[in-house]
Design a protein. Sequence first.
Length: 167
Amino acid sequence: GLPFPIVVSHMGKFYGPHVWDPVLIVTQIISMQCLFYVSLGILLFLGGFLANEQITLYEFFSDHSFGASSALGWITMCSFLGSSVVGAFFLVIIVERARKCLDFAATLYIIHFGVCVIYGGFPTSVYWWAMMIVGLIVMAVLGEYMCFRREMQVIKFSSVHAAPVSV
């Protein structure tokens, strides 16, 4: 037998306690970040189109675009929340492991925080901080739940009928 257990995921990759692949991890982080921004862009565009509002990078990376006093503020907040939900589905596809969901979701939001600081300075809006915390919680918890459900599914092996062995 093997000195450590190996679990086969539904995507066909092998995971064990001693697996460390920095290239895979960096690729997963980049994929999650890109897909998060693509989904955010689509949701912002759709919301802006429906409300006849102009969408710019300001809505992506400025804390001042969040708020309950304007249609654009609501569009931005709802788009970020929607992107967190979509991001949970990406966690299931890209990360695949429930115990890694919080790490990847937190990494995504930390990188986003860094980009926001570079773009517009340190965020001071209470709405921005609230949406980032809620978004992180939604993405991590929903991602963990869906990954856990997927991990608990029965793995079906094809049945091979072997001839009876006589002793």
